[in-house]
Design a protein around this ligand. Sequence first.
Ligand code: NAD
Length: 274
Amino acid sequence: MAGSPLVTLNSGQQMPQLGLGVYKVNQDIAVQLVQGALDIGYRRIDTAALYDNEAEVGAAIRKSGLAREEIFVTSKIWNDRHGYHEAKEAIQESVDRLNIGYVDMMLIHWPCPKQDKYVETWRAFEEALETGLVRGIGVSNFHANHLEKLIASANVVPAIDQVELHPQLAQTSLRHFNKQHGIHTEAWAPLGRARFMTHPLLVEIAESVGRSVAQVIIRWHLQLGNLVIPKSSNPHRLAENFNVFDFELTEHQMGLIATLNTETRIATNPDDMN
Ligand code: NAD
């Protein structure tokens, strides 16, 4: 199967546009799942301290026999580790648990604006970048106003903002803001957690291109320029979700999918997350 296209981040790193997210992948299946994904051709894995499977992700990568530089690993520090000292320790702990040398991308999982510490947290991220513990730093669930505040005092502009993004929540203005600032937008819950699989419009497009609805949605993300990390623990779906590089949606089909956008979230608004 063809490999994912690469995008170049503001950090200078090259990153596969399509990867695998491993939220809610239990430790007992994580090694096998990640190994299976690497066999299919996935070269990017998205984990987090919260997911409690960093050690298993790292073990699968070490076992794969692939060169370290061929794989791009993202992790995230959790909300109870905001603040310079806490974040510094949390980054080191993630790096240790993964045990693959450096980590390619470390993200602040949520801004937690009520704690109001993300500017301080970011100092620890910049330091980890300087010391080579991580090769890239970014954020997750940041609105434009959180990013503006961060960038105002930062030395390094985040490479990525990973946010909830799917056909019902296209994040049009945030994607525009990010683009203007050289930040790549990454889509979490890119399949809307499977809510749209039977939507008549998507089913019709899927039938007309001879693909599944999941493949159509992933293709929509790729053509919009989003980084995308669908999750599946089913080996067939894992392969299906990666088999998206040999067809294209027309502008008309992209426009039809755009009509589904109501800018409504499935999950928590970042302003309400502590
Ligand atoms: P998703 O939109 O990727 O949906 C996953 C679900 O879709 C699966 O559990 C499965 O039920 C279904 N599915 C997958 N492939 C399918 C297929 N081919 N056909 C039919 N159904 C299919 O949602 P997600 O897991 O929440 O998000 C993906 C990744 O994003 C996570 O694993 C995680 O890495 C990341 N994430 C990040 C945050 C954050 O706050 N930064 C939050 C949630 C998720």
